[in-house]
Design a protein around this ligand. Sequence first.
Ligand SMILES: Nc1nc2c(ncn2[C@@H]2O[C@H](COP(=O)(O)OP(=O)(O)OP(=O)(O)O)[C@@H](O)[C@H]2O)c(=O)[nH]1
Ligand SMILES: [Mg+2]
Length: 696
Amino acid sequence: MSNAGCENKRVIGLVSGNNTGKTSIAECFLFNAKVTDRLGKIETKNTVSDFSPLETKRGFSINSSILNYQWKDHQVNLVDCPGYMDFIGQTISAIKIIDGALLVIDPKSGMQAVTEKIIGMIEESKRPLFCIMNKMDQENVDYQGAVNNLKDKFGLNLVPITLPIGEGENFSGVIDVLQNVSYTYKDNSGKGTKSSLDDAAKSKVEDISGSMVESIIETDDELLDKYLNGEEIDVKSINNVLKKAVLSGKVVPVFATSSAKNIGIDILMDYINDLLPSPLEIMPLKAKDINSEDAVDVEPQAEGAPLAFVFKNMADPYIGKLSVFRIFSGTFNVGGTYFISGSKNTHKFSNLLKLQGKNQSDLSSATCGDIVAVSKITDIYSDDTLSSSEKPLVLDKPQYPDPIYPRAVMPVSKGDEEKIASGLARLIEEDPTIRSESNLEVHQNILWGMGELHLAIIKEKLKEKFDIDIETSTPEVAYKETIKKEAKSEYKYKKQSGGRGQYGHVFIEIKPLPHGEGFKFEDTIFGGSIPKNYIPGVEKGVREALSAGIMGGFPVVDVHVNLYDGSFHTVDSSEMAFKIAASMAFKKGMGEALPVMLEPIMEIEVVVPDEYMGDIIGDINAKRGKIINIGTDDRTKNQIIKASVPQSEIFNYAVDLKSITQGRGIYSQKFSHYDEMPQNIADAVIEERKKKEENA
Ligand SMILES: Nc1nc2c(ncn2[C@@H]2O[C@H](COP(=O)(O)OP(=O)(O)OP(=O)(O)O)[C@@H](O)[C@H]2O)c(=O)[nH]1
Ligand SMILES: [Mg+2]
């Protein structure tokens, strides 16, 4: 297959925080391109993009969806990403495979933390960016103000290509500043009527278009020289330079739209065709040859070796597992055999499916710039690279944030444990920001997600897809106990009434060890006061006592036990008798060694706009946290607060942070160390533990 046709393909993604109108814009694209004959609306639940029952029930996107349309002579593949921070994993996967990002902003609502994060990811991935100021039909929208805000905050060279005509209810069209024409819209048909500019519009445009042309010309030295020498610059040269500038990220074109009224979207579709790269124009891909480990630059070519990236897996109720991949180079054919980077297996692909929301259609082959799925290949996972077995390659995997919101999971019906484990395994395949672990310390299964909403959705998905009911609760904290001073202890275990008796007698010395050193056992018996064969019994006895400390029955850590003396009986002594004696001696000794309770401390990093600093620090203090340091993000000027906080206080931090900052804060956490608990809090934990044991 030649490259013919590839230059007219586009692979784009709609990204940003929630509720900005991404799905509504996608529906306008499909409607304008005549894929649908009725404009899909969130409220009427007839969208192609948000198609899962959970999405239509909730009224927002949960999964990224794959759509495509033909606009003029271009074939556009589109990923509509969900906006809530809880689903950020899907945007991260999508950014890996798109050639241009459409960042959708609601100019009336402030910049969401998630949008800031997405802008950072797009800049890092060097994808060309369009900015869409949507919902321009709302009252009191300040288009230029919103553009300036974004410019100031991120230093992006935002260049408005279209300007709004009319405000609020009266938003009726857009001026195309590049072409000096206006488009007005009468109904939701999406077709703008083109007219030349009237005098009022002309004067409005003159100022802006001058500075716009300058911002474009500045990106090209040759053109800039001509301009500075007073030479006439034709529109064609500006357009050529503009495309180059967009591809290199030097210019971010801005568009005014209303997806509710389908205004300005057809012009946006034209510019997607004109200014975003074809799959042949993207930067060479950095791959690694799996056999030689050599770095390889791949220039996309339909006739080249096959190379594709799997960015999504879905459990389809009818067809089973669907693995969705973007082809970067080469051609994939039904019946062809391909190499999978993760499992290192090769598989024959028995189908290739083109996706349009929930609908699939069969293809016989697919090439550069296509997004397709293959069904039922169990060992294809997300972030795998597909290539040929003659030239097996692997592309870098994106980095996902660690999930931050843990919940203990219990089955509603006893015996469902296995069903839950396999259901969760399927959901984890679909979503890299879910983690499940079995915590042996607290004997609970812990499910980690990105926030309350994420966990609620996982619960609903388990019900909807696999008919599994689960209950979730705050996880137990893995408290521990230790000692703070040295103590000596002696215990004689002796039962000698009729028949063979029991005799074990030990002297031990216990000492605190530095945090994290666990347990050390030493035997300094001299002169055989306890025979060697009983010493393992002593160590076992101490270990048993360590498994449940004397304060609240929590494991004891960071102690050194030295067995230094004892006595034995030639007939009655046994390993068992020494085990019991050692266990009792340890418990007795621990009571004298200033025992304390320990709790896990997490290190958190919180990123918030400056205005929330006071509230965040106050909240961290109220949670018994300690600020480690405070810094500023150079680019966004957000504050970065590092603190250590007891784990028991921050199981719900994802929720608390959201309410303190109206969703504008983000955070990550990692385990730091164990620390001594304040007495009053330790007492309350011990009391609760006692009650629980009594009830059990
Ligand atoms: N006024 C106004 N409302 C809009 C416009 N576009 C969408 N909406 C409404 O805004 C809400 C969110 O629209 P969506 O298209 O679901 O937004 P989204 O960005 O896909 O949201 P997430 O999927 O959660 O990220 C819906 O109630 C839409 O009807 C618009 O142009 N103007
Ligand atoms: Mg959406």
